[in-house]
Design a protein around this ligand. Structure first.
Ligand code: GUN
Length: 283
């Protein structure tokens, strides 16, 4: 089995990005900048946001965290987003999800300017993605595609099974894999015999958020298995794939942690840089 080493690939890409930023910043008079909005005290979100901030520092992206109280009013969040939209020194804005229930997630995501949408979650950016137009892509799907490309895995003609249909991962990743020539099956909570579908697949993407749900009996020998899951079980990070069982069957497998996670962060940084360039009218 070949380990799909997301940490290594992301570090290499981050280094290249750092060099690009150093190249452009003197001309533009400033480095790219990302504003991160975190609402409440969800420990997982706090840890993700910390990781994103640290990664910004590694590549030379200026970042600012707006940590709002759990009970913040929607009006205050709207004002903050509008201020950031209007600030010419802000390239990317990210609203860390999930947000507290009293706030309207869809409304707030779509209030972020589509031209500052570092996550690629804005309805217009998602629409562009689904119509195969150039756009900012959601970070995890983009990171997974970069990881496969780096290992020269050409998915064209493969049967790919995506387990999970979220707007953040499963659905957009199915679109990107389809564009790359794979035949897609999307499985979800209502799928009757999940193992039947995963067993046909040359490529399995596990993005359901259920610890160790993909077991070795569900994987075809020689398959490529990408684990997007990040589950905290008894204080440990565990993926959606039973790594110890599947490692003897799969040809390629991502670890958790140090697999897709660092690739997601790299894609977010690359998105922020892309937004920065487009703010200075560079395609
Ligand atoms: N929560 C879980 N994944 C993500 C992500 O990719 N972006 C944001 N903003 N929140 C998340």
């Amino acid at each position: 089995m070949i380990l799909l080493d997301g940490l290594k690939v992301a570090s290499e890409r981050n280094l290249k990005l750092k060099e690009e930023i150093e190249k452009y910043a003197p001309t533009f008079g400033r480095v790219p900048s990302l504003s991160i909005i975190l609402i409440g005290d969800n420990p997982a979100s706090q840890s993700y946001v910390k990781g994103k901030g640290k990664a910004c520092e590694t590549v030379g992206i200026a970042h600012k965290l707006y940590h709002l109280n759990e009970n913040v009013s929607e009006f205050e969040v709207v004002q903050l987003i509008e201020d950031l939209n209007d600030n010419p020194n802000v390239d990317g804005i990210l609203l860390q999800l999930p947000i507290p229930k009293h706030l309207d997630e869809e409304k707030l995501i779509n209030l972020i300017s589509k031209d500052k949408d570092a996550d690629g979650f804005h309805v217009i950016n998602q629409g562009n993605l689904y119509q195969k137009r150039k756009t900012i892509k959601p970070a995890t799907p983009k990171g997974v595609m970069s990881l496969l490309e780096t290992y020269q895995i050409n998915v064209s003609g493969m049967n790919a099974c995506v387990v999970g249909r979220s707007n953040i991962v499963g659905f957009p990743l199915a679109r990107l894999l389809m564009d790359a020539g794979a035949t897609i099956t999307v499985c979800h909570t209502k799928t009757k015999d999940l193992g039947y579908h995963t067993k046909q697949a040359d490529l399995i993407i596990a993005a359901a958020g259920r610890p160790k749900m993909i077991t070795k009996d569900m994987v075809k020998k020689g398959a490529i298995v990408v684990d997007v899951g990040v589950n905290r079980v008894e204080g440990k990070l565990v993926g959606d794939v039973d790594f110890d069982g599947v490692k003897d069957i799969a040809a390629y497998l991502t670890p958790v942690p140090k697999g897709v996670g660092p690739m997601t962060i790299n894609a977010l940084l690359e998105n922020t840089f892309e937004l920065y360039l487009s703010h200075f009218n560079i395609e």
